[in-house]
Design a protein around this ligand. Structure first.
Ligand SMILES: Cc1cc2nc3c(=O)[nH]c(=O)nc-3n(C[C@H](O)[C@H](O)[C@H](O)COP(=O)(O)OP(=O)(O)OC[C@H]3O[C@@H](n4cnc5c(N)ncnc54)[C@H](O)[C@@H]3O)c2cc1C
Length: 428
């Protein structure tokens, strides 16, 4: 994968190999070009190919190079925003459509994994949203109420059950969401790529899109060595947008997020930490997430970038916080570390774009992109196939990304704020 060992960390070490994909060297003609080889682009390519089209996918680096190969692997239902707040922001009808699509999205991820036999450490036993204090408990009670109203399979665990399922005395309660689960994220991306190829999609890597030019018959997509003529284009470059697609990242504030992973834990310790293997995170604003991989490594993360002077602050925090949450792991060293960019929107909801006739895009999953990326990739494919009416869409459509003012300053503020919180917590 990337030469920087902090790009994909543990996932780069343990994922099965990516399918062999060439870079584009010859001009091509096709019906649809998909730009970007993360979950959104791969799911779009897979669903287009399954519908009998021959999509061409162009990825600037490697499959899963962006957020899809670096995340925590929590396959969650819904966004961070509570369902009622989504309805307030989008209106009841579209809001409920969006909520029900994303509520069912983890099931779609796990069924794709099964259908295409994707080896990605899939575990569909639910996730735990954990409360360390009274305000966290109030938040979880409200989330449980709103989801139960919509028939979701969630339950708020009391203190005893929370201690038993997390292996930690730090939390007074946890919302168990049985719709959710965990995966090895890079392996899932690579598996989607194989499934798309098997269905008839053509994937090209190390092939940056350098220009997208409208023509009489559709679009000419330019890359360093060749062009592709296509009737329609899906731009799925999201927070990692670069080159000809960089304006897509304009409305996104970048929130860095890091992970550290231990070596496989000793069997006796392994039984005491997340014993059933749930993925988990807490209700704090500068949150902590923790999950096991298939070999019993604990993956432990939070907001922040592992670069320059920030890295020692986050490393010291992680060492200390690990011992606080799981005293039985005091002194356990980390073996891998990596970080990536989360794209945050001002509305906390993704932006769906019709950039020009026949050119669609979506961006800004606000740190919830495994299940949403999969179902929105499928949605973009269906829109491209003219199978969805605008009146039935789960999101409003806009025409152009509006650059957020002071985007870089906001991104620095988020990274700096997380550093300050970790510096203080790391001392306590
Ligand atoms: C550290 C971290 C932790 C996260 N944890 C979770 C989690 O636990 N659960 C969850 O649901 N979500 C999580 N997320 C969010 C989730 O990973 C993303 O929302 C999701 O992967 C986005 O997928 P995507 O396909 O839209 O974009 P990406 O995976 O970023 O893919 C975009 C691709 O486009 C390519 N590209 C860019 N420009 C060009 C160009 N000009 N030409 C060709 N290719 C180009 C990039 O190289 C990249 O591979 C996390 C994100 C991060 C960074």
């Amino acid at each position: 994968m990337d030469t920087d060992f902090r790009s994909h960390g543990l996932w780069g070490k343990t994922a099965h190999a990516a399918p062999l994909t060439p870079s584009l060297q010859q001009d091509l003609n096709t019906d649809v070009v998909v730009v970007g080889g993360g979950y959104t682009g791969l799911s779009a390519a897979l669903h287009l190919a399954e519908a009998g089209r021959e999509p061409v996918l162009l990825e600037a680096a490697q499959i899963g190079f962006g957020a899809s190969g670096r995340n925590v692997g929590l396959v969650n239902a819904g966004m961070w925003m509570k369902p009622d707040d989504i309805c307030l922001a989008m209106g009841k009808q579209q809001g409920e459509r969006f909520i029900s699509l994303l509520g069912a999205a983890p099931a779609i991820v796990f069924s794709l994994i099964e259908k295409h036999n994707i080896q990605c450490e899939a575990s569909h036993i639910g996730t735990l949203h954990c409360a360390p204090d009274a305000s966290g408990l109030a938040d979880l009670r409200e989330r449980e109420r709103q989801w139960l109203q919509r028939g979701a399979d969630v339950v708020l665990l009391g203190e005893k059950e929370t201690v038993r399922t997390t292996g930690s005395r730090m939390f007074n309660s946890a919302l168990l969401d049985r719709r959710a689960g965990t995966i090895q994220p890079l392996a899932y991306a690579r598996g989607l790529a194989t499934a798309a190829i098997n269905a008839g999609a053509r994937l090209f890597t190390s092939t940056a899109t350098t220009g997208i030019v409208q023509s009489n018959t559709g679009y000419v997509i330019e890359t360093p060595h060749a062009t592709v003529r296509a009737k329609k284009v899906i731009v799925a470059t999201n927070t990692y947008s670069m080159g000809a697609c960089s304006s897509l990242a304009g409305p996104l504030t970048t929130m860095p997020y890091f992970n550290f992973a231990t070596a496989p834990l000793r069997a006796d310790l392994r039984e005491t930490v997340l014993p059933q293997g749930h993925g988990a995170w807490d209700t704090r604003k500068v949150l902590t997430s923790f999950r096991m991989d298939a070999e019993g490594r604990l993956v432990f993360g939070s907001i922040g970038a592992l670069r320059g002077l920030e890295r020692p602050i986050h490393h010291a925090w992680a060492t200390r916080m690990l011992a606080k949450i799981f005293p039985q792991l005091s002194g356990t060293a980390f073996e891998s570390e990596w970080y990536g960019k989360v794209g945050v929107t001002k509305t906390s909801l993704p932006f769906l774009y019709r950039l020009a006739p026949g050119m669609l895009s979506i961006a800004g999953y606000n740190g919830r992109g495994i299940a949403p990326g999969t179902v929105f990739g499928r949605l973009l494919a269906n829109m491209t196939l003219d199978r969805v009416e605008d009146a039935d869409l789960p999101l409003p459509v806009s025409t152009a990304p509006e650059a957020t003012r002071f985007r870089n300053l906001r991104s620095l503020y988020v990274a700096g704020g997380a550093c300050a919180v970790h510096a203080v917590q790391g001392l306590r």
